[in-house]
Design a protein around this ligand. Sequence first.
Ligand SMILES: Nc1ncnc2c1ncn2[C@@H]1O[C@H](COP(=O)(O)OP(=O)(O)O)[C@@H](O)[C@H]1O
Ligand SMILES: Cc1ncc(COP(=O)(O)O)c(N)n1
Length: 269
Amino acid sequence: MAANAVPKVLTIAGTDPSGGAGIQGDLKTFSALGAYGMTVVTALVAQTTTGVTGIHEVPAAFVAQQLDTLLTDVPADAVKIGMLGDADLIKAVAAALDTYRPPHVVLDPVMVAKSGDRLLPADAVSELRRTLLPRADLITPNLPEAADLLGEPQASGLPEMHAQAARLRALGARQVLLKGGHLDGDTCVDVLATPEGTIELAAPRVPTRNTHGTGCTLSSAIAALRPRHDDWPSAVRAAKDYLTQALRAADSLGVGHGHGPVHHFHNAW
Ligand SMILES: Nc1ncnc2c1ncn2[C@@H]1O[C@H](COP(=O)(O)OP(=O)(O)O)[C@@H](O)[C@H]1O
Ligand SMILES: Cc1ncc(COP(=O)(O)O)c(N)n1
């Protein structure tokens, strides 16, 4: 990609009518970071800041049709994959990755919403592990998702996070960003494991309950930024800085009665 070109970035994910997470949160992130956003919807989700009331899945064949229709016209410079509601959807997305071979595939292994509602059935986790981890350039599990993928107890500190990130790489993901937001402390430390080594990325913990969409924002920010950065550590660092700023602005929004969304704002206007 030419240095001054606008990256065309695709999100494959479910919806959030409240606009904080899923496809809607991803598109806001892409725009805020100067990327051109494209979408393939995997599920219509009736949800808001307080929880999920229903899921209407898109048939796998129609997700495949959306991917074929889009990617034969517009190649993606990066792809973010979020909610995939069952094993057939996982297989359809894997097939499209094999056909179109987009660069920079970021997989957020979404399993449970902030409200505690399940977005991926437990019996589809092994399909995600077997089929999509080896096709991802970077996976971005939170602590419960990493534990589920590995079939292990959740990490309770940084040494265990380092060990689990390495074991997730051994399952086939080329890079692993194990997110530490669910631990306590004044800083939120994530662990990034790459073939070149493992680093810790820290940011101050923002004192807010408005964290709906943090995982979606981080993974889509990485996808938006990766085409313009030389390597994963640099893109992930910039994406985490962006997320911390969006969390700092979250309380000014006042959206909903539960965990409100992070705020993407542009200063230019
Ligand atoms: N209150 C917070 N302040 C700053 N960063 C946070 C906060 N909560 C989470 N993060 C960061 O947001 C990202 C996603 O958080 P995490 O809670 O670990 O995953 P998920 O949103 O998928 O459950 C991580 O980079 C984490 O460190
Ligand atoms: C469609 C969809 N995808 C993902 C999430 C997870 O959101 P979070 O970023 O808060 O973990 C969500 N609530 N809805």
